[in-house]
Design a binder for this molecule. Structure first.
Ligand SMILES: Cc1cc2nc3c(=O)[nH]c(=O)nc-3n(C[C@H](O)[C@H](O)[C@H](O)COP(=O)(O)OP(=O)(O)OC[C@H]3O[C@@H](n4cnc5c(N)ncnc54)[C@H](O)[C@@H]3O)c2cc1C
Length: 231
């Protein structure tokens, strides 16, 4: 649990951070993913054209990156999909979050990941990549062809993804071995390899492995956008 001491924000941290308000929290059936809706009244979402990352204060002087997604530029709201399946300060913080809480954050930055018009988009990632893929989809043209795989560490969360993220046309899997295998199948079946951009995010070892594999299949570097989210 996050202690009161950890929750209390010092004057110094108040000076460093900006605030958002938590408007809703939803925990998936598996208890492994937490969806947090936040209200950011002063953020101009109309300028967002790359995948964003918000550095949230998760305990005293400890900041963790999450990906704002599903933003509504008029309501000034967005959703964070937070993996709470591991023991980390971020997951402890998210588990304790309630409606109307104040969320303190350092800044919102942007990864150099964005969709490219006219290209097929293939998403490959793990449980930390849900927000990133939702954000890419939101930035993409309505006609963009999206496919890919997202892996979870067990079956219930993979099922929850299918139920809760119906708008994202990617398949949920139950482990890293499966994503390696499915990526090999995908490459063999892909018609227009040259016209495809691959986005790989999540566990750093998985990112390195998949990137190496794609390169071995003659996919050139600028077709692969990758980012290790955790180690
Ligand atoms: C740009 C960016 C965007 C990100 N967006 C998201 C997002 O939208 N949702 C999300 O859930 N994560 C996201 N992440 C990943 C998240 O920041 C890391 O997983 C972070 O380490 C979690 O912090 P923590 O305080 O809970 O754990 P830490 O204190 O950092 O780590 C505690 C221990 O848990 C391990 N660990 C850390 N994360 C995981 C994990 N996910 N699964 C299993 N073991 C883990 C560490 O290796 C360590 O041993 C993002 C990362 C980046 C860089």
């Amino acid at each position: 649990m996050v202690g009161q001491q950890e929750k209390r924000v010092s004057v110094f941290e108040k000076m460093l951070t900006k605030t958002a308000t938590v408007s809703q929290v939803r925990i998936w059936d598996s208890n492994k993913i937490c969806e947090v809706d936040i209200h950011l009244p002063n953020v101009d979402f109309t300028k967002w054209n790359k995948t964003p990352a918000i550095k949230c204060r998760t305990s005293a002087m400890h900041y963790t990156d999450y990906t704002p997604s599903m933003w509504d530029k008029d309501e000034h709201t967005c959703t964070l999909y937070i993996d709470i399946s591991h023991k980390g300060k971020g997951s402890q913080w998210a588990k304790a979050m309630k409606e109307n809480d104040t969320l303190h954050y350092l800044h919102i930055d942007f990864e150099n990941h964005y969709p490219i018009d006219g290209k097929q988009l293939v998403f490959l990632g793990d449980q930390t990549a849900i927000g990133h893929f939702c954000a890419l989809q939101q930035l993409a043209n309505d006609k963009a062809q999206i496919s890919g795989h997202i892996c979870f560490n067990e079956q219930q969360t993979a099922k929850d993804f299918t139920k809760n993220c119906t708008g994202l046309p990617i398949e949920s899997l139950t482990g890293y071995d499966e994503i390696y295998h499915k990526t090999e199948q995908l490459i063999q079946q892909l018609d227009d390899k040259e016209n495809t951009i691959f986005y790989i995010v999540g566990y750093a070892k998985m990112v390195v492995h998949l990137r190496k594999y794609l390169k071995s299949q003659d996919i050139i570097g600028n077709q692969i956008k990758s980012k290790g989210f955790w180690y």
